[in-house]
Design a protein around this ligand. Structure first.
Ligand SMILES: NC(=O)c1ccc[n+]([C@@H]2O[C@H](COP(=O)([O-])OP(=O)(O)OC[C@H]3O[C@@H](n4cnc5c(N)ncnc54)[C@H](OP(=O)(O)O)[C@@H]3O)[C@@H](O)[C@H]2O)c1
Length: 251
């Protein structure tokens, strides 16, 4: 990869941070390296590089998304890869629902806003910068969102987790729709939703009890696999739902 500019949203989280570190490592030996724009929410992570630009962004606020992208525009003529790593499964007040009686309107709507709507708003505002990326059918620009296997309707065997499952399913539909729209209006961009594996982060930590050690990935391992998969994507694969190994997941 050379001179690609990256936009990593949610880079203060476990997977997002690992993706940024992996991209930094990949670019360290590359003299003509591109820029990495990385967003944080509550706190700015304390690592740096001369091609890494931290930006604050609250994905539940469209103005904040617009502002971050306006700041990028001042510093880069194009963005080649976008990876949205923001996600919400639980808060200090809400755990994922085990049964319908636990469903709460505010938490459901918050999950929809953060997990589903945000990627559409980011796509809406980043489109002009993606349009300027140098790209081809075999080396498309990338618009990826970390989704989750539990957002698959076809794969749902266990039930529960209404807010998270429904918001990831809505995200998946939004990204599929976007892939179709961009086939017409923004060619050679691969829109993809991804399952990162079960990854050891604060998001998954309350739910790791039944996960075998070898199935619990480090953020660094997941990041490496996800980047590898994205690097192999062609424009024809736009509209895919794939896991960390590049395997398709049923919608
Ligand atoms: N870990 C897993 O096993 C697993 C499995 C399947 C899918 N995923 C998905 O992978 C993605 C990354 O998750 P992770 O495991 O890395 O979780 P994480 O460590 O909790 O990271 C989530 C990130 O989302 C950010 N965020 C939350 N609300 C936000 C908002 N309103 N605006 C901007 N940023 C916001 C958080 O920032 P603050 O902390 O500052 O709010 C944090 O940086 C998520 O989409 C998740 O659903 C994870």
């Amino acid at each position: 990869m050379n001179q690609k500019n990256y936009f990593i949203i949610g880079a203060s989280g476990g997977i997002g941070q690992a993706i940024v570190k992996q991209l930094m490592e990949m670019s360290a030996n590359n003299k003509s390296r591109g820029k990495i724009f990385a967003t944080y929410h509550a706190n700015q992570p304390n690592f740096a590089a001369d091609n890494l630009y931290w930006l604050p962004m609250d994905v539940s606020n469209e103005k904040s998304i617009e502002q971050a992208i306006a700041d990028i525009k001042q510093q880069a003529p194009h963005i080649d890869w976008v990876i949205n790593c923001v996600g919400l499964l639980h808060t200090p007040h809400n755990q994922p629902e085990k049964a319908l009686r636990q469903l709460e309107t505010d938490f459901f709507l918050q999950s929809m806003q953060i997990n589903a709507l945000a990627s559409l708003l980011i796509a809406k505002h980043i489109k002009p910068l993606l349009a300027k990326a140098e790209r081809s059918t075999n080396a498309p620009a990338i618009f990826a969102t970390i989704s989750a296997r539990v957002g698959s309707i076809g794969d749902n065997q266990l039930g529960g987790w209404y807010s998270y499952r429904m918001s990831k399913a809505a995200l998946n539909m939004g990204m599929k729709n976007l892939s179709i729209e961009w086939t017409r209006s923004l060619k050679d961009v691969c829109v993809v939703v991804m399952q990162p594996g079960t990854v050891d982060t604060q998001l998954s930590s309350p739910f790791q009890g039944n996960v075998a050690d070898e199935k619990l990935f480090s953020p660094a391992y997941s990041a490496e696999r996800l980047i590898e998969v994205l690097d192999s994507m062609t424009a024809a694969q736009s509209g895919s739902f794939v896991d960390w190994a590049g395997e398709s997941i049923p919608w």
